[in-house]
Design a protein around this ligand. Structure first.
Ligand code: FES
Length: 578
């Protein structure tokens, strides 16, 4: 990448490493304490390996080894790799929710890249938010960038059957609460579920993000599905190290890959793989960083009519390991070729058409053909109505079909604490026709928009064998979850959206085929309730959470901070030394 400020035809990193100033001495001298010989500092693309490794992010626990493979590739291609850590977001451990910190991590990535002598970047991503946060940050700098996903865990194995991360957790939890699974069996299942390196192996958010990355063209072909422990994952990392050096020489920037066409491809592929609803907020945020217009309706218009082709949990039966052995994402891209923008460029400089031509499918049970899909129309539906003026979403493929058109009485939980206190109250008036409504889990209200929208059903319904009811909230749900769950209601309850006005016993109509979500309460009564409504007290008076609630945007805009939308480029025009 040539330096746009000096136009001297030099690499960006030359401003640091080829300078005769004090700054040049400092940059070289201090890094030489790592043992780097002098020849590495001249006319070699410096490649940052942005590592989200952390023992607190177990899905990314193998990334230091993966980084070594990238380094080999960078050196081999004549580059100079420098690995750096960024904030890592571990879905399994962080509280109150990793989504609260996605934008913070994106700021860390953006500033770390811009402030350092880097010409290109390799993003090592895995657990859910580590992918969108790093891409958002990198997009606001816009250097040549390539993504290496860490890959999914091997299939869970429990008592002779395959079990999937997350998806079977919800089932086990329901079975435990319903008394059909013992505590000892529950404990045994823990080690059986997570038995190798890697992220969740269902088509949850992490695997959805890996597929998104491949559909966007941000990783080498076939990169989404290789299992984490498979040696071909390391080979991919090595090749990515080779390729990023070439990308710097070709000046192939992230913004040249992240086009409107690429974003549309990601939406369509997400429908076909049965990907997580979380894709929406992340893709909207990424689009905002590169200045590509993208709206909530685009997800419905482009994706909802497309068939489900990949038979993976939570929408189907199989797991990511099976997906890889069946041929992985190149097969899906080929099946969708009449719909996708097949000529969009990817990080290897070739189009999807070139990268996937003739991709063989080895198992049609796992990856169906377009003509004989798993399900005919599987994409995410965007709902509108007086209950969601700016939109809400539902994933029909994960819902019980009989609930997709439903009218029921609201059972309202004012916040998550109220839900926990009330859900198993034996006196709670609720049945399978009720509509559970949870307020206060939106971006501002929680804060951070947690994955609490797929709230567990009351024990008394579970004991009767009820496994799904309509649930509505302003939060998200785990990509591994399922059910007739309406999410991302915007505007959220904490800022006075109509959701805030719902009361016990109100009639609510969900009509997913006609994209309608309606609170059947007369306008005069809603006006009366609105006049009496008072916003909840802010939970945080200081620190990051306080900054977050002041600047976070609503779900239909991607939940990015208002001041982070857009790009600042890669130029730093002031030195750190006089
Ligand atoms: Fe990390 Fe699921 S907990 S991907």
């Amino acid at each position: 990448m040539r330096n746009p400020t000096t136009n001297e035809g030099k690499l960006r990193s030359a401003q640091w490493f080829e300078s005769d100033s004090i700054g040049g001495f400092v940059a070289r001298s201090w890094t030489k304490n790592q043992g780097y010989p002098h020849h590495l500092y001249k006319d070699r693309p410096v490649i940052g390996i942005c590592n989200t490794w952390s023992e607190l992010t177990p899905c990314n626990g193998h990334f230091r080894i993966l980084a070594e493979s990238v380094k080999r590739g960078v050196y081999e291609a004549g580059g100079f790799p420098l690995e750096f850590p960024v904030m890592s977001l571990g879905e399994a451990l962080m509280r109150p929710t990793t989504m609260l910190f996605r934008n913070l991590a994106a700021m860390d990535v953006e500033e770390s890249i811009r402030a350092n002598p880097l010409d290109g970047v390799v993003l090592l991503t895995g657990c859910d938010k580590t992918t969108p946060s790093t891409i958002m940050g990198a997009a606001s700098v816009d250097l040549p960038t390539i993504v290496v996903s860490g890959g999914a865990m091997l299939n869970g194995k429990f008592r002779g059957r395959d079990i999937g991360s997350g998806t079977d957790v919800w089932k086990f939890n329901d079975d435990l609460r319903a008394g059909v699974m013992s505590p000892a069996e529950y404990e045994e299942a823990e080690a059986c579920m997570s038995r190798s390196d890697g992220n969740c192996m269902t088509m949850g958010t992490a695997s959805t993000m890996a597929c998104m990355v491949e559909a966007l063209g941000l990783t080498l072909p076939g990169g989404a599905a290789i299992p984490a422990p498979d040696a071909r994952r390391k080979r991919l990392a090595h090749l990515a190290g080779n390729r990023i050096v070439e990308m710097v020489r070709e000046e192939l920037r992230l913004s040249q890959i992240l086009t409107r066409q690429a974003l549309e491809n990601a939406i369509m592929v997400n429908a076909a793989v049965g990907g997580s609803t979380n894709l929406i907020v992340h893709l909207l945020a990424i689009a905002g960083r590169v200045g590509v217009p993208l709206a909530l309706e685009d997800f419905d218009r482009l994706g909802s009519h497309l068939p489900l082709l990949v038979n993976l949990m939570p929408s189907g039966e199989f797991l990511m390991e099976d997906f890889y052995y069946a041929g992985g994402l190149p097969v899906v891209i080929q099946e969708l070729k009449a719909h996708l923008h097949m000529d969009t460029i990817t990080v290897n400089g070739k189009s999807h058409a070139e990268n996937t031509a003739g991709a063989p499918c080895y198992n049609r049970e796992v990856i169906a053909s377009f003509d004989k899909p798993v399900m005919p129309a599987a994409g995410i539906a965007v709902l509108r109505g007086n209950l969601a003026e700016h939109g809400a979403i539902i994933k029909p493929s994960a819902a019980s079909p009989h609930l997709l058109q439903h009218r029921g009485r609201a059972v309202v939980f004012e916040d998550i604490e109220h839900y926990h206190a009330r859900v198993d109250d034996p006196d709670l008036e609720i049945d399978e026709n009720s509509v559970m409504v949870l307020k206060g889990i939106g971006p501002v209200g929680y804060p951070g928009m947690p994955e609490a929208g797929n709230m567990s059903l009351p024990q008394k319904l579970l004991a009767r064998g009820v496994r799904d009811v309509v649930r509505i909230s302003d939060g998200r749900m785990s990509g591994t979850a399922f059910g007739a769950v309406v999410l991302h209601v915007s505007p959220e309850s904490a800022i006075g959206g109509t959701l805030a006005l719902v009361q016990d016993g109100d009639w609510i109509e969900l009509d997913a085929p006609n994209r309608r979500l309606h609170l059947d309460v007369p306008d005069e009564e809603l006006a009366r309730r609105r006049a009496a409504w008072r916003p909840p007290q802010p939970r945080h008076q200081r620190g990051y959470a306080s900054l977050y609630v002041r600047h976070v945007q609503q779900a239909h805009l991607g939940v990015d901070f208002d001041f982070l939308v857009g790009s600042s480029g890669s130029v730093v025009d002031r030195e750190s030394h006089a």
